[in-house]
Write a protein that binds this ligand. Structure first.
Ligand SMILES: [Zn+2]
Length: 209
């Protein structure tokens, strides 16, 4: 079986063993610290925690901080929101579903901006910004010049409201709960300021990935 790669804090580790090594070294250098947005290791710990199968219960719905300290068992561990420890092994054992949901909700929250851009910029048979050939509405894709995930990560790393861990799935797709409107609003404003969009072919967009 091929090794399963693990992405943490925007870095892809080739195997669980490599990820474990990285986790241990982050724990070591963060010992005794409170890690909040803006800290060099915040995104790493956030993306680690968001892989935990019980992230919602452990965090009580949102994530504001991590602390790395020696636990009752005598080994170095990480605590979410100061008080609740979690096992990094469990984080490596499951799919990163909460992070995927968070990304999906963040994408959904800015759909209106993307649609606005399309409606005010797209002209039938304008040229694709990637290949230079004409695009029709059927094969149009609105692309982020700076990749969406980079914008997402810089927002998650900025100082703002607690990061939501639970989402509304009652309608179409994954969206933020109404309780998380402050996070959602801050994200929409950030995206509006940061995102540079362009019109490309769907196929050209796919081949870029
Ligand atoms: Zn193209």
């Amino acid at each position: 079986m091929p090794a399963i790669s693990v992405e943490l804090g925007g870095v892809v580790y080739a195997s669980k063993v490599a990820a474990t090594e990285a986790i241990r070294s982050v724990y070591k250098r963060c010992e005794g610290e409170v890690i909040v947005p803006g800290h060099d290791d915040w995104l790493f710990l956030l993306s680690l925690f968001l892989r935990h199968p019980d992230a919602y219960v452990k965090s009580n719905g949102t994530v504001s901080s991590f602390v790395v300290k020696i636990g009752l068992g005598g080994s170095l561990g990480c605590y979410v929101n100061h008080f609740t420890d979690f096992s990094y092994k469990k984080c490596l054992g499951s799919k990163p579903s909460v992070l995927n949901d968070l990304s999906a909700a963040m994408r959904k929250a800015v759909v209106a901006q993307v649609v606005d851009f399309r409606d005010s910029n797209f002209i039938e048979l304008m040229n694709c910004e990637l290949c230079g050939q004409p695009i029709s509405r059927d094969d149009l894709h609105i692309d982020h010049v700076k990749p969406f995930r980079e914008i997402r990560d810089s927002f998650l790393n900025a100082d703002h409201y607690p990061v939501p861990v639970v989402f509304d799935r009652s309608g179409e797709g994954v969206v933020f709960l109404s309780d998380d409107w402050q996070f959602s609003r801050a994200w929409c404003l950030f995206h509006l300021g940061e995102a540079v969009l362009r019109c490309v072919h769907s196929a050209c967009n796919l081949s870029r990935r």
